[in-house]
Design a protein around this ligand. Structure first.
Ligand code: BDP
Length: 689
């Protein structure tokens, strides 16, 4: 195929008995008609069942009486067979997107029901069924109710439509082509299928950097040129065409907007959120957007951050800024996602978000979501969980995760983010209080998640075949944050690479061991971060090691390393509730993997196992390299068991990852030695050469 099917490969079921059962239930499908989503359902059944059964299914508009079994997809109201086969009240009670799948009997026939209270639910139910079949699971006795745990499950593209580039994208050009829209590219449909199959229900199509920053920054090269122009009618027309593709799959579109749009686009002399003309401008603009896209989801805003305009430019605050947009969208059912990624007024950016946003709790409009990155810095390989979570009880918070591997090897390295995200979701924001995990906050508030960085036009979508798992895992966790890593991985591996036990076991292990390896060789594993090239020195790359470039992040001196983000230092730890603040504040109780994030410690400070800080850093860096080599070798053992195309591609990437891991290890250990003057106990540092 021109484009890779990712996890929607739908391989033919090989087990004879299963094949027989699948055919009985699914060779004939009676599918309701009407809503656009049902068109998508029919297309997917044709495709999926066609492959899995090895024969195109018959699609009916009435119950196929002659068959000894059939699949019925629709709502209880529309289809008698479904009405008779399910508890209608239970189906009606499902949250939007929820579905019920049940194997039963009706008038002497075996019937498999896929039903829901909304059309979007039928899409998810259909994908659930196809996943069930792809995983080779039995149909007899099947009886599943599922509903999404979160209301918003967005993928935020950082695409620059006017440049067709992607900020922090490692998979080619933007998928979306403003030149050719409103003509619809087939890949839009393929992409919508991938997203819907994992429950994603919203898509921001353009970069949060809607203009080139007014401060000198390497972001210039990646930001959009005049992104606010997307709000012009001629582009809204293109957006409408795109929306109609995604609507069939239950996905709503949103736009990143420029806070200065009333000036830049509207010709007003201000964008002050407290100005009446500005208020009117946004209201009229919102009305216009909804004329083109009636189910438009809303606006995402990066304001007062990295050179983007914002309310601070007008002596207003984030509440004024978010609420003026919220009032404009409210009559249409739209929402504002206001990003909390604001920094610059502190020497340590970790401190700023909580300080800026926590006092604003309760002041945002109901249709505002404050969108918070998982950690206080910026999508590092490992960070503590942002102290904003759990501390703004009156505000809808969304968790912003990065799907794209900006700081985790940029899709040259394999780095499976799901275990990292699980740590975040399971994190208890208030251990001595109500015990509320991040996952609970997201589901209670009915708010949700935003995953940054969508696929590009690369034939394999993500640049690295194994990075497809991050998109898959993101969607699955957004749907159900309580899914465990092993389940998500197993689903992904089997659908993507089939059921050969050796392949399943090897790929699963490779995935699970990939993130710890990256953390070890690129951070030393004790909570240091951001030791890569950044900013003006080189094209902002966030890929190559450069630990000396931003001394503020490592805090390395002759006597020690790390930052005092504690009571003796800048007080960051004190932003957490007491139990957490205490845990982080004492090096004895601070989790080892975050130790140097919270503390500047002497090089010879000893850890629990008796090793010193500097020796542990050395050991972890070398362990990371050994792990990367091991990942490569394990992948190489699959030669001949995975198709040549994917095998080679991944093997080559692993070769490059090992070289780069060695470079990281050499550079970091030399840096630690240079400051500490302490050689490695095992003679590896200083290096001979
Ligand atoms: C950082 C990226 C930068 C983004 C910024 C953001 O390096 O390109 O613009 O985050 O999230 O991760 O706005």
């Amino acid at each position: 195929p021109v484009t890779d099917d990712c996890w929607l490969r739908y391989e033919e079921v090989t087990d004879e008995r299963r094949h027989e059962a699948y055919r009985t239930y699914c060779a004939n499908a009676y599918v309701s008609v009407g809503a656009p989503e049902l068109g998508a359902v029919r297309d997917e059944l044709r495709r999926g069942l066609g492959e899995i059964l090895g024969r195109t299914p018959h699609l009916w508009q009435h119950p196929p009486r002659s068959a000894d079994g059939f699949l019925a997809v629709g709502t209880p109201e529309e289809m008698q067979v479904i009405h008779d086969s399910v508890v209608v009240d239970a189906v009606d009670a499902l949250a939007d997107g929820g579905f019920h799948v049940k194997a039963t009997e009706w008038e002497g026939a075996n019937v498999l029901v896929v039903t829901a209270s909304t059309d979007r639910g039928l899409v998810y139910g259909t994908f659930h069924l196809l996943r069930h079949l792809s995983l080779g699971r039995p149909l007899d006795g099947l009886d599943v109710f599922e509903e999404p745990a979160t209301a918003d499950r967005f993928v935020d593209h950082w695409d620059n439509p006017f440049r067709r580039s992607v900020e922090r994208g490692y998979a080619g050009l933007s998928l979306f082509d403003v030149e050719t829209l409103p003509n619809v590219d087939e890949r839009y449909v393929e992409y919508a299928r991938l997203l819907a199959s994992v429950g994603v229900d919203g898509l921001v199509v353009n970069n949060v950097n809607t203009e080139i920053p007014d401060r000198p920054s390497a972001n210039d090269a990646m930001s959009e040129l005049g992104g606010w122009r997307l709000l012009e009618p001629r582009y809204l027309e293109k957006l409408a065409a795109l929306a109609s593709v995604f609507r069939r799959y239950g996905i709503r579109l949103a736009l990143s907007v420029n806070f200065g749009a009333p000036e830049r686009l509207g010709g007003l002399d201000t964008a002050d959120p407290n100005d009446e003309a500005v208020e009117r401008w946004w209201a009229e603009k919102a009305t216009e957007v909804y004329e083109y896209v009636p189910d438009f989801a809303g606006f995402l805003v990066k304001a007062d951050s990295e050179g983007q305009p914002g309310p601070y430019d007008y002596d207003a605050d984030h509440v004024d800024g978010a609420n003026v947009l919220a009032r404009a969208l409210e009559p249409h059912g739209g929402r504002v996602w206001w990003r909390a990624f604001v920094y610059g007024s502190h020497s340590d950016r970790a401190v700023q978000q909580h300080e800026t946003f926590e006092p604003l709790d309760g002041a945002f409009h109901d249709n505002v979501t404050v969108q918070v990155k998982n950690g206080p810095i910026d999508f590092q390989p490992r960070e503590p969980v942002s102290p904003v979570f759990g501390q703004m009880p009156e505000t809808d918070l969304a968790l912003e995760l990065q799907i794209t591997g900006e700081y985790t090897g940029q899709h040259v390295h394999a780095c499976y983010h799901v275990p990292m995200w699980k740590e975040v979701l399971e994190f208890d924001t208030d251990p001595e209080g109500h015990g509320r995990r991040v996952a609970d906050l997201l589901t209670e508030a009915g708010s949700g998640l935003a995953g940054v960085g969508g696929p590009g036009d690369d034939p394999n979508w993500t640049g690295h075949y194994l990075a497809q798992a991050n998109l898959y895992g993101y969607g699955r966790l957004a749907w159900d944050p309580d899914l465990d890593t092993a389940t998500v991985t197993d689903e992904w591996v089997r659908q993507t690479f089939g059921h050969d036990p050796e392949v399943v076991e090897t790929v699963t292990d490779v995935m699970h061991d990939s993130w710890p390896a990256v953390v070890d060789y690129s951070t030393g594993g004790l909570g240091l971060m951001h030791m890569m090239y950044n900013g003006e020195a080189r094209l902002e790359n966030h890929y190559d090691p450069a630990p000396g470039e931003w001394p503020g992040y490592t805090g390395a001196t002759a006597d020690g390393i790390g930052r005092d983000r504690n009571a003796r230092g800048n007080g960051y730890a004190q932003q957490y509730p007491e139990a957490l603040a205490e845990r982080y504040d004492d090096p004895e109780t601070c989790p080892e993997e975050l130790l140097l994030f919270f503390h500047h410690l002497p090089w010879d400070h000893t850890l629990d196992d008796g090793r010193t800080v500097v020796q542990t850093l050395y050991d972890n860096c070398f362990a990371g390299v050994a792990a990367a080599r091991d990942l490569r070798d394990r992948w190489d053992s699959l030669d001949g068991r995975v198709d040549e195309q994917r095998f080679r591609h991944v093997a080559e990437r692993f070769d490059e990852q090992v070289v780069q891991a060695e470079r990281w290890c050499r550079t970091l250990t030399a840096f630690f030695y240079e400051h500490s003057g302490v050689p490695d106990e095992h003679g590896r540092v200083p290096a001979d050469d």
